[in-house]
Design a protein around this ligand. Structure first.
Ligand code: SF4
Length: 392
């Protein structure tokens, strides 16, 4: 059977760093962006040689802000990808976009270059919240971007929202969620904010966040309580369900047949090749990462074998692979398939996980339906605990 491959291309540039962001992203002038695109094209050509037996069925331009690229740069990247890889005719090609960096012309150019799915980092429909997050775009630009994308021919649109913001009430979040539904995208991702070290948010709210993680909720805290976070999660699930969006992963909802195929690859442990600064790959039994500084990235010889440049090159043991299969698969609403477990590892799920399964089942955290094992609503609430038990 033909081997399938996902491609992830990292575009690390942003207009400015958002206050909560810990992604590998920074601002850069046009010269540097152009140099990066040229290097990325070389990397695509050079590394494609090593995966000739694969056919690409998903491509994802992530960042950073890939929509900061000029249309000719996107076109060039797409041309080089087409020349270098075998692409499935129905390949899903997603580009992340900041609503503040696109207009109708750019979106039309993206669509013409072959991008067929667009993912807008809207985050909130409350102006005050966007300013708090340090986003460059306005609420108005989000409405316009979605409308323009549709006019440009996109019929597969995602809206990203972030909840559990400082000062945010359930009502405020509900307003954003309803506006997202009103725009009728095919897909909505609803993530809870995580305050990461090294961000401006951590400088501002880090101490409070640390206490929260220890389970100490101070009175008058501006960060959401665990109870509020749970209410937001339940509200999201219920409201999106009523609007025809099925939850297929803890934070991801889609209309019928509009799940993000690329992200599903991560949760189903399918192979992908990461291209560009700091991108991660999963090929065969190996996981590894590209260089994370621009200086090293520009100097890397991608014709050489992966061992010479990869960071964190890790050959997964069978135990690693089984553990990953479980904790990634359980993120999906439908959970894992016992049959696929057997196909992948040649042993029954029950032989390895009988005890863990019984314990979680008694605790009401896990359920079974036919061939599937999945987390219950209660299990999702404490998903880290459940997934931890599956580590071998
Ligand atoms: S646009 Fe995205 S990647 Fe860029 S700084 Fe903001 S959150 Fe980070």
């Amino acid at each position: 059977m033909e081997k399938k491959l996902g491609l992830y291309l990292h575009i690390p540039f942003c207009v400015k760093k958002c206050d909560y962001c810990d992604f590998l992203s920074f601002s850069a002038d046009e010269n540097l962006r152009q140099r990066y695109v040229e290097k990325l094209c070389n990397e695509i050509r050079e590394r494609s040689v090593y995966v000739k037996e694969y056919c690409v069925d998903t491509i994802f331009f992530g960042g950073g802000t890939p929509s900061l690229l000029q249309v000719p740069q996107i076109q060039t990247l797409m041309d080089v990808i087409r020349e270098s890889f075998c692409l499935k005719t129905d390949v899903e090609i997603t580009m992340e976009a900041n609503p503040g960096t696109v207009d109708f012309n750019k979106l039309s150019g993206m669509r013409e270059s072959g991008i067929n799915r667009i993912s807008f980092g809207v985050q909130s429909f409350v102006e005050q919240e966007l300013r708090l997050l340090g986003r460059i775009h306005t609420v108005e630009q989000s409405y316009l971007a979605v409308e323009d994308a549709r006019r440009a021919g996109f019929d597969n649109i995602n809206i990203d929202l972030i909840s559990a913001l400082p000062h945010q009430s359930l009502e405020q979040y509900a307003y954003s969620l309803k506006q997202a539904i009103y725009l009728k995208p095919q897909h909505i991702s609803a993530y809870g904010l995580i305050i990461e070290e090294g961000t401006l948010f951590y400088d501002r709210y880090g101490k409070e966040e640390e206490k929260r993680r220890e389970g100490i909720q101070e009175e008058n805290s501006i960060l959401p309580s665990e109870i509020l976070e749970r209410q937001i999660y339940e509200y999201t699930k219920e409201t999106l369900g009523q609007a025809g969006y099925a939850q297929y992963e803890i934070s991801n909802y889609a209309k019928k047949d509009c799940e993000c195929k690329h992200n599903l690859k991560y949760w189903e442990r399918e192979e992908y090749l990461g291209l560009g600064l700091g991108s991660s790959s999963f090929l065969g039994e190996y996981r590894f990462q590209n260089p994370v500084t621009l200086e090293n990235y520009f100097q890397t010889d991608f014709t050489a074998s992966v061992e010479t440049y990869a960071l964190d090159l890790q050959k997964l043991t069978r135990e690693d692979a089984i553990s990953e299969f479980m904790f990634l698969g359980l993120r999906k609403r439908k959970g894992i398939s016992k049959q696929r477990f057997y196909q992948c590892f040649g042993i029954d799920y029950d032989r390895i996980y009988h005890k863990v399964h019984q314990r979680l089942k008694q605790e009401g955290m896990i359920a079974e339906e036919g061939d599937s094992v999945f987390l219950t609503a209660r299990g999702i609430d404490v998903s880290n605990y459940c997934m931890g038990l599956y580590l071998l």
